[in-house]
Design a protein around this ligand. Sequence first.
Ligand code: GRF
Length: 209
Amino acid sequence: MRYVILISGRGSNMDAILAADLPGRCVAVISNRPDAVGLLHAAARGIVTVALDHKAFPDRAAFDAALAAEIDRHAPDLVVLAGFMRVLGEDFVRRYQGRILNIHPSLLPCFPGLGTHEAALAAGVKLHGASVHFVTSVLDSGPIVIQAAVPVLPDDTAATLAARVLAQEHVIYPLAVRWFLEGRLRLIDGCVRLADETPASGALIAPVA
Ligand code: GRF
């Protein structure tokens, strides 16, 4: 299977996916920010990179249409959002329904949107984490594929908590992408279906580092 990865910045989740030796081919990495460091990492791996600057388009619909045209040019089976910091419109999301994944740095449905680590600290939760989900038109709320939980420690700052969560993102996102590329992960009638479910699927509770 073929997949494309969409990024906006450093691309550490992209790096984790590309390093995972998955049973599929990453046919392009696309960024809405031309200065995204991740583009350099992808190019160093010999992957086609594309910068599509959202600021060059008059509105969201025009950017979404150009992005969809670029994605379709690479004919992917799967679209992987990995730190892609643009809200995508309904038409775009519908076009890729059931074949577009995102990772969000919280245990959804808690803390959608930005500032998740600050929000987790402010709420005083004892567990925080990350979620991989299918993308729907409602931000950070699609059907959940896999989650990883980490403890929130008494002396945590947003930065220390973010680092603990990110380490788990790098575990669960390649796993979810692998399941899709193996043809085991599907969205059926809005529900996540995973063939030959193993104990590794579902929630992963990470040990205290
Ligand atoms: C990650 O925390 C991801 O969950 C969030 O944005 C961050 C991107 O990091 N959506 P990276 O670009 O993958 O390093």
